[in-house]
Design a protein around this ligand. Structure first.
Ligand code: FES
Length: 150
């Protein structure tokens, strides 16, 4: 199976200084562009920043927002922090699994949606909270997680 088209990678790499402190910004840009971190891109980042590949992998695997597996076009994150848990996050998650036809922690086969859990996103007063492509949706109701439009 062919990998993703990385023709835009040189432009991304050259948009930042060739300094090790640019590792996380570059990984974030790559994640944003390809919705995951292709191995070839990680090698190119290591070379660009003169860092050991193991260090690049270590940082890439530390952050939950970075992924080695392609995420869906839309990212739905259910907060499972304490406040959201107490306000019904489990029911919201179950409802979303059903309505989106994807299991928690997985990407739908058509690549359109990834559903995952996250820790507290800092909006506890709005519990239960769901993030849709990085935007907070608060007081989400269980059945159908009303208000979420994909
Ligand atoms: S516990 Fe969900 S936003 Fe804080």
């Amino acid at each position: 199976m062919a990998g993703p088209d990385l023709s835009a990678l040189p432009e991304i790499l050259e948009s930042r200084p060739a300094d090790p402190s640019e590792l996380l910004p570059l990984l974030t840009m790559i994640q944003g562009r390809w919705r995951h971190l292709p191995q070839e891109a990680l090698r190119a980042v290591a070379a660009r920043l003169s860092l050991p590949l193991a260090r690049v992998f270590a940082v890439a695997s530390f952050y939950r927002s970075l992924s080695f597996q392609p995420k869906g076009e839309r990212l739905v994150q259910v907060c499972c922090g304490t406040a959201c848990h107490l306000k019904g996050a489990r029911a919201v998650a179950a409802s979303l699994e059903k309505s989106l036809a994807v299991r928690m922690g997985a990407t739908r086969e058509d690549g359109r949606v990834t559903l995952e859990s996250v820790n507290c996103v800092g909006a506890c007063a709005l519990a239960p909270v769901v993030m849709l492509d990085g935007t907070v949706h608060g007081k989400v109701s269980g059945p159908g997680a009303a208000g979420l439009r994909l």
